[in-house]
Design a protein around this ligand. Structure first.
Ligand SMILES: C[S@@+](CC[C@H](N)C(=O)[O-])C[C@H]1O[C@@H](n2cnc3c(N)ncnc32)[C@H](O)[C@@H]1O
Length: 345
């Protein structure tokens, strides 16, 4: 949001209230409740167990965003909320996104007092952010919710990837950090001659194979539980796909190379920063948050990933941007880069 007046500058100062009010609306299912029937303050308060006066101000905060509006019959979702929220992602997905935003919000506590800390702001706050992979490893229900959410968010991306991949000569491929296997499923639907092995942590594999069981490609996709940072990877693949995983260490690249057949291919799909130290809009908050842990943190550029690939015996033969090459969108399916590399030797 770009403020144009003093009032709007002051509104940004108050934005944490709006943000928390919106996240709470997602986690408590307010938009879906109001979509069933218009409700008064008292009706919302009763349905969600919120003291009436507090509920009244909460709803007013939300009304100010334009996402709900008051009618004669009570509050209803606005047309913007219908289009951008209710018709875009499921209630479970919005609730999970809001939960993740809430869980990281303590990192911003007293920022003005901590931003100068030379090391980790998290340490000086005595705050340990949720590690999403560890949290899913400890909690199967969280893994299932995350996996469902990303299955939904990545549908458009998966379709775009499947439409643009060079599948010449590919029969068996690995989907490293494949989550639900959404990308594999899209590829398998277009290529009936192929099979896929999704490698992910155990709880995500269970959730993914459950989802795959509901699809037409269930008999051509398998799930291999492993921590790819330390466990052996399965091998004998014509292609390894790494979509939105963001792990570009040379050790992992070497092991991926070992999992590939001669002339096998590695395909990386990710949203890379446009230049060194410049974050894409949808990743700026992550980049800043990571810099609170490690002041030197930055996302790698495509050029840096290509250099690493060359260093471990891959030849990059194609690089393209999918869909709208937008660097302004904050959504999850815009402007991904696909790097296709061939194993040399
Ligand atoms: C952002 S998700 C992307 C999922 C999928 N590729 C997609 O595009 O929908 C990253 C995935 O990598 C997995 N992952 C991260 N670190 C991992 C590790 N050390 N071992 C196995 N899987 C890992 C996570 O569990 C998660 O499912």
């Amino acid at each position: 949001m770009k403020p144009a007046t003093t009032d709007e500058v002051l509104e940004i100062l108050e934005a944490p209230f709006t943000s928390a009010a919106l996240g709470t609306a997602f986690e408590l299912g307010l938009f879906w409740l109001l979509d069933e029937q218009p409700l008064s303050v008292a009706g919302v308060g009763e349905a969600l167990g919120i003291p009436q006066n507090r509920c009244n101000y909460w709803l007013q905060l939300l009304e100010k965003t334009g996402l709900i509006r008051e009618t004669e019959d009570g509050y209803v979702p606005s047309s913007t909320a219908r289009q951008s929220i209710l018709e875009t992602y499921s209630r479970e997905t919005w609730a999970f996104l809001a939960q993740e935003a809430r869980e990281i919000s303590p990192a911003l506590h007293d920022l003005a007092l901590h931003i100068r800390v030379p090391g980790s702001v998290m340490d000086s706050l005595d705050f340990t952010p949720v590690n999403y992979v560890l949290a899913m490893g400890e909690n199967p229900e969280r893994a299932a919710r995350f996996t469902r959410m990303l299955f939904e968010l990545h549908h458009p991306l998966a379709t775009q990837v499947a439409e643009n991949l060079d599948m010449e000569g590919i029969r068996r491929f690995m989907d490293l950090g494949g989550g639900s296997g959404v990308v594999s499923m899209a590829v398998l639907k277009r290529h009936p001659e192929c099979t896929a092995v999704v490698v992910d942590i155990e709880n995500v594999c269970s959730a993914g194979s459950h989802i795959a069981g509901e699809t037409s490609v269930a008999n051509r996709i398998t799930y291999h539980p492993a921590d790819f940072t330390k466990d052996n990877l399965p091998d004998g693949f014509d292609m390894v796909l790494e979509c939105d995983v963001g792990e570009y260490g040379t050790d992992l690249f070497r092991r991926i190379r070992g999992a590939l057949n001669p002339n096998g291919r590695l395909v990386i799909v990710d949203q890379f920063p446009p230049a060194v130290g410049v974050a894409r809009p949808g990743q700026l908050h992550w980049a800043f948050e990571r810099s609170l842990r490690d002041p030197e943190f930055r996302f790698l550029t495509v050029g840096e990933v290509r250099e690493r690939l060359a260093g471990v015996g891959f030849e990059v033969y194609s690089e393209m941007t999918l869909g709208t090459p937008s660097v302004t969108s904050a959504t999850f399916d815009k402007g991904h880069t696909v790097i296709q590399a061939r194993r040399v030797g």
